[in-house]
Design a protein around this ligand. Structure first.
Ligand SMILES: [Zn+2]
Length: 462
């Protein structure tokens, strides 16, 4: 009897957690799918929540790693975030497909996927705005059209205009000297952002992410920072202008890796727009303030791009399989991009790991730091670089490094305690920064005024 019950329960369970098919997933369904993948691949996955939405829905993340839940030194962390705009739903479905694909291919011993999972810690958040999604999905089911229905969170706020504005400070510092990375948050930042944004900020501060993509819809293009132009507003109008980061060439390459591995993004003509190579600098398309990708670059070690993946923000179910096939290779190749440039350990003479050591690359005015375990990751294009590691109380160490096109180069630093009695020198050789000081936190800034969020009124934002 109990055997029969058990068989029945198994059948029922199997029915409830059918394979990810090409259909849209409501919140409960999405949660079931994440746990289904976890149950199928328990040794290489972990499901965790980074917090809750306004309506109390969890912001779930599925992690892939050979040691889930653990940061292994020298193994980079990478993330995908989908559905930040609740009505832009393709990313959400693609990330569910990707999750199942990684699990299945790992189980099939697909060597490329095994290597990826063993060498990388991958965090996948299919929905950053589960409340907005439910509004958009309900409207879709009732055939109520509306370009922006469900875009915002339950408080009516556009989450991609809700991050603290650090661009104003970096543009000032680029001109006048000052920190070029890890710009601090205002003291009262938590009171200025939505629960979803707060959860994401705490998340990206607690992992040493190296690479990321934020999946949107409404266009087909890979968009890289900065999103905010130097003169964001001139006499009340948004100023559109190419606004490169110090890592512009690298960001272009990251964006191109996606667009060229994508079925049609690289062709340039999509949704009535033309983007050469299927990529664009954010601010040269339209300037937006308080976006997530600029924040990642300016506040953390993470290099994030924004992927616009479909003309139709809520594609028909029948489109999903074609979209998955068009994006699958690109989603994998982009993750593999985290394995380039240089990485290594920063230690003292007694082999103690040094966290928050600063890694500067000559000619690139954007430093990164070592993580809590003393390991650092610096994405770089192939070339020869002068790299300097510094930490308070230690003498800087500078090396010359040649980076090839494939594997990241291992460059370890062993810093000697500064022998001078005086306070440690704050000069960084070859850093190309004019008189900049080490990243002592700059003064907290006053709250910025909130601003309206629309950019391209004729089409609506993507
Ligand atoms: Zn969007």
């Amino acid at each position: 009897m109990s055997d029969l019950v058990s068989v029945f329960l198994h059948l029922l369970l199997f029915k409830l957690v059918a394979p990810v098919t090409f259909r849209h997933h409501h919140y409960d369904d999405l949660v079931r799918m994440l746990y289904k993948v976890h149950n199928e691949c328990p040794h290489i996955t972990r499901v965790y929540s980074i917090g809750r939405s306004v309506k109390g829905r969890h912001l779930y993340v599925l992690e892939f790693s050979d040691y889930p839940g653990i940061h292994e030194p020298l193994e980079p962390e990478v993330k995908y975030v989908g559905n930040m705009h609740g009505n832009e739903v393709l990313g959400r479905e693609l990330l569910l497909q990707l999750s199942e694909f990684l699990c299945e291919e790992f189980r099939n011993r697909n060597q490329r996927i095994v290597r990826l999972v063993e060498d990388t810690r991958i965090h996948i958040m299919p929905s950053m705005n589960p409340d907005g999604y439910e509004v958009a999905a309900a409207a879709q089911e009732r055939d109520i059209s509306g370009y922006l229905v469900g875009r915002n969170n339950a408080n009516g706020v556009d989450l991609n205009r809700n991050f603290p504005d650090l661009n104003t400070y970096i543009y000032y510092n680029e001109k006048n000297g000052g920190p070029n990375h890890h710009l601090p948050l205002p003291d009262n930042w938590k009171s200025q952002v939505e629960p979803e944004t707060q959860a994401v900020i705490q998340w990206i501060r607690s992992f040493n992410f190296v690479l990321s993509a934020n999946l949107h819809g409404g266009a087909v293009v890979a968009n890289y920072p900065y999103d905010k132009s130097l003169e964001h507003r001139v006499r009340g109008f948004r100023r559109t202008a190419n606004t490169p980061t110090p890592d512009d060439k690298l960001f272009q390459k990251l964006a191109k890796v996606y667009s060229y591995a994508h079925g049609w993004m690289h062709q340039g003509w999509n949704c009535g727009d033309y983007f050469p190579d299927g990529i664009t600098n954010g601010a040269s398309w339209y300037s937006l303030s308080k976006g997530m990708q600029d924040f990642n670059y300016l506040h953390t070690n993470c290099f994030e791009i924004t992927l616009e993946l479909s003309c139709d923000k809520f594609p028909l179910q029948e489109e999903l399989q074609r979209e998955w096939l068009g994006n699958r290779e690109a989603l994998i190749q982009f993750l593999e991009q985290v394995h380039q440039g240089i990485k290594g350990m920063v230690r003292d003479e007694n082999y103690n790991n040094l966290a928050d050591a600063v890694i500067s690359v000559g000619g690139i005015n954007h430093d990164v730091t070592s993580g809590a375990h003393g390991d650092y990751f610096r994405l770089l294009l192939p070339g020869t670089y002068t790299v300097t590691a510094t930490a308070p109380g230690f003498d800087p160490e500078t090396v010359s490094v040649t980076v090839g096109p494939a594997e990241p180069k291992l460059v370890n630093f062993q810093l000697k305690r500064s022998t001078s009695q005086a306070a440690p020198k704050r000069r960084i050789p070859n850093s190309g920064h004019r008189g900049r000081v080490l990243p002592k936190k700059v003064q907290p800034r006053a709250a910025r005024k909130k601003e309206p969020m629309m950019k391209q009124p004729q089409r609506g934002p993507a």
